[in-house]
Design a protein around this ligand. Structure first.
Ligand code: PHE
Length: 357
């Protein structure tokens, strides 16, 4: 009995995990365990012997059982301690600041412009950036010998060898969308077309890729007066001021007659660009009454319909509104610049709710 006690208590003490401990339990107290078998032998004993042996065996069984349970609890605690040591988390650490992206000023201003013109009943139209020679030039009454077609201004696409058709171009303005929109919708029509345009030019206010928004309004009796009101109304709303000073300068475009370029009063003092003051003017758009040949190219009868069109530089008005002096920085993807001039993704510009707040 003492030998059994010593053997099993030692085995319990030595068990390193719950699996081994269970093996010890089965070897001692399981159905075919050593102590269980001894219990069974009691039946063959003489009654006087059986009584004493039975009591001693039961005590031994209880003792080993208690040791097994205690050891099992200790092993469980140790395993938990081990997990707590390896899986801890310091909830007092300071949070990491979240690096949030920002909306680029060009995207922001495009949304603002769209919101304002939507309020005046203009829908958004789109066209491809790789445009055919016909849509970019011919349909807009730009003759083959016009300087805008020359290599120094326009990016021409490569042609397959032997292809004698005029090459496609990277559109040099958003005006081809006028033709596409007229063809698709007919008259009356009121659309704006924001998007990327391309010209070989690079300085503080020019980049080879930039953004324009085209405007087109055709009906039976639309005049220059409507154009002037729409543009002044737009500028007041866009620049969020009561008065902006615009200068309509007589000009020439092949696709409008008469034509006007519009400048806005600004100042460059101390390298800062400000609107509404100073004695500089920055050209922001070209405009005019849509040429009859352009209406015809768009499938609209010029004897019945007339209207205005304009093309405005989105990057230009972004520079003006947000005081950004160099256009080239717009497209350098410098994170410091983007964080400084970018807008929160959650501020959708609306005319009623505020454009840039
Ligand atoms: N397409 C002209 C440009 O790129 C702007 C313009 C558009 C002028 C519509 C008149 C009418 O400069």
């Amino acid at each position: 009995m003492d030998a059994l006690r010593q053997k099993y208590l030692e085995m319990v003490g030595a068990a390193r995990d719950e699996g081994v401990l269970e093996d010890v339990r089965l070897a001692a107290l399981g159905k075919k365990g050593e102590i269980s078998l001894k219990m069974r032998e009691l039946g063959q004993m003489a009654p006087e012997v059986r009584q004493a042996a039975g009591a001693a065996l039961n005590a031994l069984k209880d003792e080993i059982d208690t040791a097994l349970r205690a050891k099992k609890a200790a092993l469980g605690d140790a395993a938990l301690d081990e997990r707590l040591k390896s899986e801890w988390l310091d909830v007092t650490l300071p949070g990491r600041p979240r690096r949030q992206g920002t909306i680029h000023p060009v995207s922001q201003v495009t949304e603002e412009v769209t919101a304002i013109f939507a309020d005046m009943g203009f829908a958004v139209a789109e066209g491809p950036q790789i445009e055919s020679d016909w849509y970019n030039f011919d349909a807009l009454n730009i003759a083959p010998e016009h300087p805008a077609r020359q290599e120094h201004d326009t990016f021409f696409m490569a042609r397959a060898e032997g292809d004698t058709r005029p090459p496609h171009v990277l559109r040099t303005h958003t005006s081809p969308v006028q033709i596409r929109a007229m063809q698709a919708q007919g008259a009356p029509i009121r659309v704006i077309a924001p998007g990327r345009v391309y010209r070989m030019d690079m300085d503080q206010t020019h980049t080879p890729m930039f953004h324009q928004v085209e405007g087109l309004a055709i009906d039976r009796d639309i005049s220059m007066a409507n154009l002037k009101w729409v543009l002044e109304e737009f500028c007041r709303s866009f620049f969020e001021v009561d008065t902006v000073e615009l200068r309509f300068r007589a000009s020439h475009f092949p696709f409008t007659e008469p034509s006007a370029e519009v400048d806005i009063r600004c100042s460059w003092e101390g390298g800062q660009l400000k609107i509404g003051e100073g004695d500089s003017w920055l050209e922001i758009l070209g405009s005019g009454m849509v040429h009859p040949k352009v209406l015809a190219a768009g499938g609209i009868d010029p004897a019945e319909w007339q209207g205005f069109a304009f093309g405005m530089g989105i990057d230009r008005i972004a520079m003006l509104k947000y005081g950004i002096p160099d256009l080239r920085a717009f497209f350098e993807s410098d994170l410091r610049w983007l964080r400084h001039y970018g807008f929160s993704a959650l501020d959708m510009p609306t005319v009623a709710g505020g454009l840039s707040r």
